[in-house]
Design a protein around this ligand. Structure first.
Ligand code: SAH
Ligand code: SF4
Ligand code: F3S
Length: 448
């Protein structure tokens, strides 16, 4: 008997790690329908763009990519084949029908809460009739329907624990694209984590737009982390992204007590100016943020700090920007992301007076980046000479080389036997660049 060849599925992922996770789950729900992943859009039977709406550039990229894919669809049709094009993610949620208008080659639009309906939507699109839009909110259903059957490669994995946001920062689209805060029940997360550990995962990153607002069990994220830490094989736990407002005492304490909780924290502050923070509706000041960092460092002195920054928010003066630079100098980051303010339709900040000229944004961004890069290099330099536990997760470019992760989320290049893949070994750090470290295996750890 001959086997039906697999249908080819191409998924392109934009935006945050929630989307990376969602893309994997889309592949999972489509697998039983005979779809297998391919690395090339050309010739694929189903192309899914999992999109991001956070900044204007992100959205425009999607439309230009769709232009390319439309041509591939035409080529496939000329050869007698059929390519189905689906737009998923936050642009799908935010723009819905508008996408079909701007790019008629698109067959279906599916919002982040409807991925479990993908098989049905695709079947419908193939009948070329009926509902083409699925963008309503019901996160519980999504997670229940996507539960089970998860296949992972590798020793690190994402695990979504929370979705959505009720904070309504005035610049941000997320509350509109992902809906209100929803936490998955802890029992379901623990089941999924056990499945991951059974497949060899050693490090799990808990995901949520406001992950530390997690309330799917008593005691919140700190309690969830403590329960996850009991799962044999799960040696490392991380979480992202956190909001300063939800960084509670219990979570800070957990950083001091749970060895599995890695000493790296992405805690966006956005600005160092209280005027701007207020206009952003962040609900914290520069001072409360700095006090928080002090408390976290008291609990876990070696914690590496990361964050997000926006320059050129409406009304940002030179003095406000200097306040941001000052805050950055005080925190000392191991890494961070910085963005030029992007005006998002429908958000309160887009209608605020005092929009900042692009040249000013460029200049501020360049200065901020220079400072952040300097801090990243300094942080990496400070690791030279230390011995760190490194989790090996992929092969390096050079023969005999493995690349692993330090507790501080740095990439570390090491000459090491292939058998150490997926293991944690002690490595002495020899040198540091801005994006990665190089080190030598400590002899005893090879024998262990
Ligand atoms: N929920 C997370 C992540 C939000 S999106 C959080 O609150 O931290 C990731 C980052 O994108 C934000 O932290 C912010 O720095 C940036 N961002 C969001 N909207 C933006 C906009 N309109 N312009 C520029 N940057 C933006
Ligand atoms: Fe956006 Fe603010 Fe919510 Fe983060 S906390 S997702 S920046 S609204
Ligand atoms: Fe982008 Fe949506 Fe994530 S807008 S950052 S993909 S939540």
């Amino acid at each position: 008997m001959t086997q039906t060849p697999a249908k080819r599925l191409y998924i392109k992922t934009y935006g945050c790690q929630m989307n990376v996770y969602d893309s994997e789950r889309m592949a999972d729900v489509l697998r039983p329908l005979g779809y297998a992943m391919t690395d090339e859009a050309e010739g694929a039977d189903l192309v899914v763009l999992n999109t991001c709406h956070i900044r204007e550039k992100a959205t425009e990229k999607v439309y230009s990519e769709l232009g390319q894919i439309r041509l591939m669809k035409q080529r496939k049709a000329e050869g007698g084949g059929r390519m189905t094009i689906a737009v998923a993610g936050c642009v799908a949620q935010a723009e819905g029908q508008e996408i079909l208008r701007r790019q008629p080659a698109v067959d279906l639009v599916v919002g982040p809460q409807a991925y479990h309906q993908l098989p049905e939507l695709i079947a419908r699109a193939h009948r070329a009739s009926g509902e083409r839009l699925s963008a309503d909110f019901a996160p519980e259903e999504k997670f229940d329907a996507l539960a089970g059957s998860r296949q992972v490669k590798g020793v690190t994995a994402f695990l979504t624990v929370q979705e959505g946001c009720d904070k309504f920062c005035t610049f941000c689209v997320v509350p509109y694209t992902r809906g209100g805060e929803y936490s998955r029940p802890a029992g379901k997360i623990l089941d999924e984590a056990r499945q991951l550990a059974d497949q060899g995962v050693r490090e799990v990153t808990l995901l949520g737009q406001n992950v530390n607002a997690y309330d799917g069990c008593d005691g919140g994220l700190a309690s969830l982390a403590r329960q996850l830490a009991k799962i044999p094989g799960l040696d490392r736990i991380r979480y992202t992204t956190s909001h300063p407002r939800d960084m509670d005492e219990a979570l800070i304490a957990a950083h001091g007590e749970l060895p599995q909780l890695m000493p790296y924290l992405h805690l966006p502050v956005q600005s160092g100016s209280d005027r701007i923070l207020k206009a952003m509706n962040r609900g914290h000041t520069a001072d409360t943020y700095l006090t928080l960092i002090e408390k976290i460092r008291a609990a876990r002195p070696d914690i590496a700090m990361s964050g997000d920054f926006i320059v050129g928010f409406p009304g940002e003066r030179d003095s406000d920007f200097e306040a941001t630079m000052n805050l950055v100098r005080q925190v000392q980051h191991a890494g961070a992301f910085s963005f030029k303010y992007s005006r998002r339709p429908g958000t309160p900040a887009s209608a605020m007076p005092g929009q900042v000229a692009d040249e000013v944004k460029d200049e501020r961004l360049a200065r901020l980046n220079a400072l952040l890069n300097e801090q990243q290099q300094a942080f990496n330099d400070s690791q030279v000479g230390r011995v760190l536990p490194i989790l090996f997760e992929r092969v390096g470019r050079h023969a005999g080389q493995l690349i692993g992760r330090s507790p501080y989320l740095q990439s570390v290049h090491v000459t090491a036997p292939a058998g150490l893949m997926g293991q944690i070994a002690q490595v002495r750090i020899d040198s540091a660049a801005r994006q990665s470290l190089a080190g030598t295996l400590v002899e005893e750890s090879v024998l262990a």
